[in-house]
Design a protein around this ligand. Structure first.
Ligand SMILES: [Ca+2]
Ligand SMILES: [Ca+2]
Length: 246
């Protein structure tokens, strides 16, 4: 009985070895691992009801790939708005659409039924930007779906390497704006002057952050803040300073 069991096991092992892909002859840099990782997120539109989160994903392939598949899944009260695709190192590239399943919280590109999604040449870095809307104070947890992230080289196809690729992006409840940035654009410019004049004289919407609007540090928001900004922008005056409105 035992000998028959051992014989069966040996058969199974022999079959598995016979079925294993030959990785050595397909990837010229077999020992140079491909890689994929999330980059550092950045925030935009921080004064809107939802913050725009730009999350980069870097993917390096050292071998020509004629098909790539990736799939992400996220959790939290976030929405994926769009996915941008960049390819560096080669002009010989093609890229087609990315599917965003907002009900299922999934992003995916490429499949066996929709090949030729991305075609990087050898030694090419793909660069994705996953762009989300995330409520203030919320977190976006996102990860690669196991077995749904690979290049078409046999090694990665049979043994996906990227099963633990995941990250969590925390979005602050409040953001500290740059001094003088009355309109929350991310910088102090002439548009902040227009915003302040509109607010003070024409009943325009109030600044998102009174301290950011208090460009001259007088502890109140008045026309002198607009004057301070004009002096700074056009006449070499001192830069806006942190406000002190309580
Ligand atoms: Ca501004
Ligand atoms: Ca002021």
């Amino acid at each position: 009985m035992l000998s028959r069991l051992l014989a069966n096991c040996a058969l199974v092992v022999a079959f598995a070895i016979a079925m294993a892909p030959d990785v050595s002859g397909n990837d010229p840099d077999y020992y140079l691992p491909d890689s994929a990782y999330f980059g550092v997120p950045s925030f935009r539109d921080v004064c809107d009801s939802e913050v725009t989160v730009v999350l980069p994903v870097y993917i390096w392939s050292d071998y020509y790939s004629d098909m790539n598949v990736f799939q992400f899944v996220w959790q939290g009260n976030s929405n994926c708005d769009t996915v941008m695709i960049f390819v560096t190192g080669s002009a010989d590239t093609t890229a087609s659409g990315v599917q965003i399943d907002r009900l299922g919280n999934r992003i995916w590109g490429g499949s066996l039924s929709e090949p030729m999604f991305l075609c990087p040449t050898q030694g090419t870095q793909l660069f994705l930007q996953l762009i989300f809307s995330v409520p203030h104070g919320d977190s976006l947890a996102i990860e690669v779906v196991p077995n749904k992230f690979y290049f078409s080289t046999p090694f990665e196809l049979w043994y996906p390497m990227y099963m633990n690729l995941n990250t969590i992006v925390h979005v602050p409840e409040t953001f500290v704006l740059s001094p003088g940035d009355a309109d929350c654009s991310g910088a102090a410019t002439i548009s902040d002057v227009v915003f302040l004049i509109n607010y003070i004289f024409s009943g325009g919407s109030p600044p998102h952050d009174l301290n950011a609007a208090d460009a001259d540090g007088s502890c109140s928001v008045t026309i002198s803040d607009a004057v301070h900004l004009i002096s700074y922008i056009f006449a070499g005056g001192g830069p806006p300073i942190p406000g002190c409105v309580r």
